[in-house]
Ligand binder design. Structure first.
Ligand code: VAH
Length: 314
């Protein structure tokens, strides 16, 4: 039985759907703190769950006989800068408790998302490698780096089979992003399809590692299904697909929608993005568990513009 926390989030929405397809709707319990999320999971069971309520979490794990946890509930980079101590508490206390539950209840597997945000201004900007220096300057990055350290600790000391990926910015059409610095790359499609100008909060030349959601879901399932003995990394794997700037994304969209226009008004999120790598080296994931992405930028743009309108008009 699988538990998903933060199931109504940008990644959670799509990952929950994929897990239901893979394991069957009765095998997945989708949970979120947001009551409005209840209607978003017609294909599996939903329950309200506050990941900071330890009694509630432990009761849920026992009652539902959970064997795997996908712990996605967290505060993302932009929001975390507005509420540093809350973000640290939510991101870290919930992970630590679930790692402890992994040990105590002998959970089969735990998945926890990390991020390229673990890298900072002193990390190499290009093809940032798995073990490159990490001095994150954002609360989100600090929490993801600390979380990775704890995941590796619980694996090495207690054998908890926790696995993690350093996701780049994720782009999808089935769910709304929430509080990320890379969310411009989703918002821009909604504006383009609505025939409106998009005002980017990142500079036109801010290159960031990005990934289309189908690739992120594929990577997650591939990692979670990989044989234990193949995994040389128990912090979090670097994961890459493509990198682009707001201008490159804009130019790509304009090939389909020639009228589309963009403006640039950088805000605090520009500083967050400027501290992150521009491209990631994911050769360890490729050699350990056969990672390869399917989507390049042209394919991502084509698929987003094709699939999103139906959602917008619905
Ligand atoms: C964020 N989408 O922007 C997330 C992600 C690499 C970025 O961690 O915070």
């Amino acid at each position: 039985k699988l538990l998903v926390t933060g199931a109504a989030g940008q990644l959670g929405t799509e990952l929950t759907q994929r897990l239901c397809e893979r394991y069957g709707p009765e095998a997945v319990l989708a949970t979120d703190i947001n009551p409005e999320a209840a209607g978003k999971f017609p294909y599996c069971r939903f329950a309200l769950l506050d990941v900071l309520d330890k009694d509630q979490v432990k009761e849920c794990l026992r009652k539902e006989k959970i064997t795997q946890v996908y712990h996605l509930a967290a505060t993302l980079s932009a929001t975390a800068e507005q509420k540093p101590l809350f973000a640290w508490k939510l991101n870290m206390d919930s992970l630590l408790f679930l790692l402890e539950m992994g040990k105590e209840l002998k959970l089969d597997k735990i998945f926890w998302p990390s991020s390229i945000a673990v890298f900072g201004p002193h990390s190499p900007k290009e093809h940032t490698s798995q073990y490159a220096v990490k001095e994150p300057t954002t609360v989100y990055g600090i929490s993801k780096l600390a979380g990775e350290r704890w995941c590796e600790y619980y694996y090495r000391h207690y054998g908890v089979d926790v696995r993690s990926l350093r996701y780049p910015g994720l782009i999808g059409y089935k769910s709304s992003p929430g509080g990320g610095t890379t969310d411009y790359a989703v918002e821009i499609f909604h504006k383009a399809l609505a025939g409106e100008k998009y005002n980017s909060y990142l500079n036109s030349d801010t290159r960031l590692p990005m990934m289309y959601m189908p690739d992120a879901i594929k990577a997650t399932l591939a990692l979670m299904q990989a044989p234990k003995e193949n995994l040389s990394v128990r912090s979090a794997y670097n994961l890459a697909a493509l990198s682009f700037t707001p201008d490159e994304l804009y130019q790509g969209i304009r090939q389909h929608l020639p009228e589309f226009s963009i403006g640039y008004a950088p805000d605090y999120r520009q500083d967050i993005a400027a501290g992150w790598p521009q491209s990631i080296d994911d050769q360890v994931a490729r050699s350990d568990w056969g990672w390869t992405p399917d989507y390049n930028l042209a394919a991502l743009i084509e698929d987003m513009l094709e699939k999103l309108p139906k959602l917008t008009h619905k």
